[in-house]
Design a protein around this ligand. Sequence first.
Ligand code: KG4
Ligand code: ZN
Length: 435
Amino acid sequence: MIILAIETSCDETSVAIIEGKGKSENPSFKILSNVVLSQVKIHKNWGGVVPMMAKREHSKNLIAILEKSLRKSSFLISRSEFLISKQIQNSKLRIINKILEREPELLQQFLKFIPTIKPPKIDAIAVTIGPGLEPALWVGINFARALASVWDKPIVAVNHMEGHMVAVLLQNGGISNFQFPISKQITKSNFKNKKQIKFPALALLVSGGHTELVLIKKWGDYKIIGETRDDAAGECFDKTARMLELPYPGGPQIAKQAENFKKYPLAFRMGGWVRREMEKEAFNIKLPRPMIDSKDYDFSFSGLKTAVLYMLRDMKERHINIGDFTPMICNEIQQAIVDVLITKTIKAAKEFSAKSIILGGGVAANHELRAQMKKAVLMSRRDLDIRGQTTALYLPSAKLTTDNAAMIGAAGYLHAASGDFAKSEKMEAQGNLSL
Ligand code: KG4
Ligand code: ZN
């Protein structure tokens, strides 16, 4: 089954085409194309994503991204080859005008481009309906509805977080399965994830807006066992980075600074004065690990953010050049977040006898989180082992952890394979949609 997927929930415009095979218990996938256009440069000046600007950019770029995605997957070899003079039938034209009435720029480009191409041989269109920024989500939804209407294809409504959760299915199954040597997992087929993920699985989903621990009994059967009570992990990275005058998005910036600190510890780099200051323990920076010992699986990162704020205020009052300490502070922020995420995940994996642990969401691109999670799973191996079955850790490649449409296609396939399609006219953006 071939799925064309659309993702516009935040500041990435993405269209992907994927092929899915197999039952929803053990699907395998091939990415035919996964084109992602980031709007980071546009939002950077505002220090975060501006919803109406995100909407406008999606509207402006979707047709070009679709064209690129079709071309990459060889569904569109040359536009002129397939040039069909046939116009969209009047009845359909009316429907499309109505669907895209709030996106005039997209409508104009749509009517210019779509009639000139041969309808691609896809089986369904998957689109993110939430959670995310509603104005941004609407553009993707309406685009999907308009395409489904001209091409007569069914639509699948996808939860963005389910996309993050299944991103791992899109690549060589079980990147860090400690039970088998890696070579055994590589199959000759182009289809990825031949190796079945065992259930119950536990997913740690960490993105800009969400921090969730999800117990997966099987694909489609999810239970959130813990989530953030305030800021998400990614949000904490982004907000503390902003306090340190680092550009948006903060996660990769903090990670870069922290790596710098690890390579060149401040005391050696800065010489006498800083070393003396450190010796006085004035800046033996230690930030809190909120809720790390709480009995539940919930998270809270706003306290960490506030602790950074107070620390920086205190440093400023003492006329200390914060820039000198930025790598050190970043390292501590990152470590505080990583510590909490790992502790809770391992604890939950033990309690729920998880056979697989899956990471997903933008923060899962974080190198330290990945490396330390691997270590933690290895160290807890004895406790995690369930009747000789070693718990496997599944990490999507960094490219698949951040927002992209291929993951939406994978989740879309799971629904399409079990006949779960949406009614086009009833679809709507759901900013706070839960799993
Ligand atoms: O999943 P995602 O691309 O978008 C949302 O659905 O929110 O996640 C974006 C978040 C941002 O907060 C960004 O700072 C964070 O992921 N992020 C990272 C890294 N790369 C992206 N956080 C820490 N380390 C990274 N390397
Ligand atoms: Zn996301």
